[in-house]
Design a binder for this molecule. Structure first.
Ligand code: ZN
Length: 254
């Protein structure tokens, strides 16, 4: 019998047959894992609350020939508050879906695991008006973890070092800053980026979620940077997320 035990965060779940569910976890030691939770939809199931999205557990998985299944599950932190608050749920769903899309099976990435876990804790504790910062830091950090880090120090075309300007130019397709002599006449879309947005972008890229409690950013710069990072993710990771539109609806309300 092949069993393994690991810390795991529930990314999503869907129904299987009459009483079971298939749970997708992101685990610390095995990467993405899909496993059957037997009988979990029966009213007396002791584990139904543990396999809800965002729940953080220690699980023992039995590796089956076709489907894996949950052999044992113990809750470490339920993150129920993320499921009970619509705004926080929208952010957490987006993060979970992004990890579900980029996470690989049998290919653990501890940085990705701990980014998701830390981001969930930050989402719980951060005040409402700074909640956007967690998302911004999460998205920026994930680019570094996946090795698609944008070039923010030198021109992506001519390699000339670029110092912070009031107006900066960024090529989504090439994945970095363009200097003033290179940005014009390019076929690809060049986004403009204010000095403030660029400074925050650099800070987040270097330090991840560390500075978000003290981060200061104007609303305009936040919106500009958020849009740029979203376009970068869509282009370079080639993914569209179901939760993206819902999150944007929530952001527009806020
Ligand atoms: Zn250049």
């Amino acid at each position: 019998m092949s069993l393994f035990t690991t810390d795991a965060i529930v990314l999503k779940q869907f129904d299987l047959g009459e009483a079971d569910k298939i749970i997708t976890f992101y685990t610390k030691e095995m990467g993405k894992v899909r496993a059957v939770a037997r009988g979990v939809r029966k009213t007396k199931s002791p584990i139904s609350g543990l396999v809800l999205p965002f729940s953080y557990n220690n699980v023992t998985i039995y590796r089956g020939r076709s489907l894996d299944r949950i052999n044992d599950i113990r809750n470490k932190y339920s993150f129920s508050a993320l499921r009970e608050d619509l705004t926080r749920m929208a952010y957490a769903s987006y993060m979970a879906e992004l990890v579900e899309k980029v996470g690989m099976e049998n290919d653990p990435n501890e940085d990705l695991f701990s980014l998701l876990l830390t981001s969930f804790y930050r989402l719980l504790r951060i005040e409402d008006e700074r909640i956007n910062y967690v998302d911004l830091a999460f998205k920026t950090r994930i680019l570094g973890i996946l090795g698609v880090q944008p070039e923010l120090e030198k021109c992506i075309y001519c390699s000339k070092p670029i110092s912070l300007q009031e107006h900066n130019y960024f090529s989504i397709e090439q994945g970095g800053l363009a200097c003033t002599s290179c940005y014009s006449g390019k076929k690809e879309r060049i986004a403009s980026l204010s000095g403030e947005s660029l400074q925050v972008f650099k800070k987040l890229l270097n330090t991840g979620l560390q500075p978000i409690d003290k981060l200061k950013i104007s609303k305009g710069a936040l919106i500009e940077l958020d849009k740029l990072i979203d376009s970068f993710i869509i282009y370079h990771l080639d993914i569209r997320l179901k939760s993206f539109n819902f999150l944007h609806m929530i952001k527009d309300l806020g």
